[in-house]
Design a protein around this ligand. Structure first.
Ligand SMILES: C[S@@+](CC[C@H](N)C(=O)[O-])C[C@H]1O[C@@H](n2cnc3c(N)ncnc32)[C@H](O)[C@@H]1O
Length: 187
């Protein structure tokens, strides 16, 4: 059961993205929140905040189970986010792109138990973030990505950054679907 998100976004008055879209429970955000509930990460990193819809799911779950800290990075969250920022002791927002934010987060947090890519879905950015996650997420931790079949250029030709990453790292058989996304437990 999710807690009242007014504890997470002061002043939303029931208008938070999570509350407005709660019935979309097949979305990857609530499915990944269930993974948080199960593995109880001490440190989770999320790339890409936008309105904070996913962020709310994760913080609400951490708030509820009483474990975890979420570090999210986004150089330009949405106008909605700026109007209703998330202010919670289990949350830190780094207003930078993943290219520079991830090393800073790791320096501060010292560990990563769970990683989610949902930022720039270009081949280069996805590959950079997946490989960063591979070298920083602890063994037994979770690496997840939304939009694993994405194409930023031609809709019928996905760039397969996730498929290629999973093949390179020999984890293809571990892949679990979460709607448009996937995750696996790092061996
Ligand atoms: C798909 S939206 C995120 C949606 C959000 N995770 C959710 O489910 O509610 C993508 C966001 O990524 C941000 N972004 C783009 N490039 C980025 C990067 N390299 N690092 C971090 N965030 C980035 C954009 O500013 C945008 O707000």
């Amino acid at each position: 059961m999710l807690p009242n998100t007014d504890q997470i976004r002061v002043g939303v008055n029931g208008n938070s993205p999570l509350k407005r879209f709660l019935n979309h429970n097949d979305h990857y955000q609530s499915l990944l929140a269930n993974v948080i509930r199960s593995i109880k990460p001490q440190v989770m990193i999320e790339t890409g905040v936008e309105s904070g819809y996913s962020t709310e799911h994760f913080i609400a779950t951490m708030h509820d189970i009483g474990v975890g800290h979420l570090y999210s990075c986004d150089p330009k969250p949405s106008v909605f986010y700026e109007a209703y920022p998330i202010n919670h002791p289990r949350f830190t927002l780094i207003r930078e792109a993943s290219w520079t934010a991830l090393d800073k987060i790791f320096k501060e947090a010292g560990r990563v138990d769970m990683f989610l890519h949902d930022s720039d879905h270009s081949y280069n950015c996805q590959t950079f973030e997946y490989e960063w996650a591979w070298t920083h997420v602890r063994s037994g931790g979770i690496i997840a990505s939304d939009d694993v079949g994405w194409s930023d250029t031609t809709p019928d030709k996905p760039h397969h950054a996730w498929d290629l990453f999973c093949e390179r790292r020999g984890v293809t058989s571990l892949r679990q679907k979460i709607n448009n996304g996937e995750y696996f437990k790092k061996p």
